[in-house]
Write a protein that binds this ligand. Structure first.
Ligand code: GRG
Length: 281
């Protein structure tokens, strides 16, 4: 994945060098790569080629990296540490960080449009639409808007869930569905994968909230304890650590159940669901 990202990003020598260097800084050499791994694992279930999956995986990771760069900006979360390194606006400057996000988003869609990824053009357009909706105001960016508006407020559990289904869940779901769309699956199996993806998307955020409360900055590679510091509603603030962990475990079980009937091909998806819930960083 590192090699794919390194070759799909513009070289740092190409004009404008500073922007390209910052894009590479934002994307390369860090991150768990959970979303690309989900693209590959879903593609394995749907039986397709690695050369299609690596492009879809790069597109999703670029959207993810863009969201982190913008989220860290002073006008949003105002953070100085990401993936164990100074955030992009600290290492470069705010205007560059803004452009890095914009350019990564454009590049993601360029990749989806430029390479043959699906059986036919209609299906490939479906993939472009899927990622656009997942990243936009009805997905990740919309979730971020709800997040920013809810600082200092008490949310109900359904409200918190709605926020995270959008902010975190939408892109994780898109990763799974894009991997599957690179291959061929029945509508019934797509629906099961969709349910799997929704469970792990939410579980990812529940665990993220627990880690923010329990893990150290060194382990996470980003500032720990920010949710409480910023008075953000989280699964931990609403449920407490023990119940939040129990919720994550229930979601893991639901996700695993959704894969029944897929056989050994789903082994990596199963392993990723376990990783998402049992991880320590
Ligand atoms: C700015 C449009 C816009 C959206 C921002 C995704 C997001 C919305 C903000 C990032 C901040 C955050 C805590 C989001 C929740 C999702 C999440 C836990 C992201 C971090 O993902 P990881 O843990 O990061 O997969 P790595 O670095 O491992 O790739």
């Amino acid at each position: 994945m590192e090699q794919v990202l390194a070759r799909t990003l513009p070289a740092a020598e190409i004009v404008p060098q500073r922007l390209h260097a910052a894009m590479r800084y934002a994307v390369l050499g860090g991150g768990k790569r959970v979303r690309p791994l989900l693209v590959f694992a879903a593609g394995e279930v749907a039986g397709t080629h690695a050369d299609r999956l690596e492009i879809a995986a790069a597109a999703v990771e670029m959207i993810h990296a863009y969201s982190l760069v913008h989220d860290d900006l002073p006008c949003m979360d105002d953070d100085v540490l990401r993936r164990g390194k100074p955030t992009v606006h600290v290492e470069f400057d705010e205007a560059t960080a803004l452009l890095v996000g914009d350019s990564l988003q454009s590049l993601a869609f360029q990749l989806l449009a430029q390479y043959p990824l699906a059986h036919d053009a209609h299906k490939q357009l479906e993939m472009v639409t899927l990622l656009a909706v997942a990243a936009g105001s009805r997905g990740m960016a919309g979730g971020q808007a709800i997040d920013l508006a809810s600082v200092g407020k008490t949310l109900s559990l359904p409200e918190l869930e709605l926020m995270h289904i959008h902010k975190t869940g939408a892109l994780i779901r898109a990763a799974v569905m894009l991997g599957a769309l690179c291959g061929e699956l029945s509508a019934a199996k797509m629906a099961k994968l969709d349910h799997f993806a929704k469970c792990i998307g939410l579980a990812f955020q529940v665990v993220d909230d627990v880690l923010d409360a329990e893990a150290s900055t060194a382990t996470l590679g980003k500032t720990a304890g920010k949710d409480a510091q910023q008075n953000k509603p989280t699964y931990v603030s609403l449920l407490g650590v023990a119940q939040a962990k129990a919720l994550a475990e229930r979601l893991r079980q639901d996700a695993q159940d959704a894969l029944d009937g897929f056989g050994a091909k789903a082994q990596r998806l199963r392993a990723l669901a376990d990783f998402i819930v049992l991880r320590s960083f």
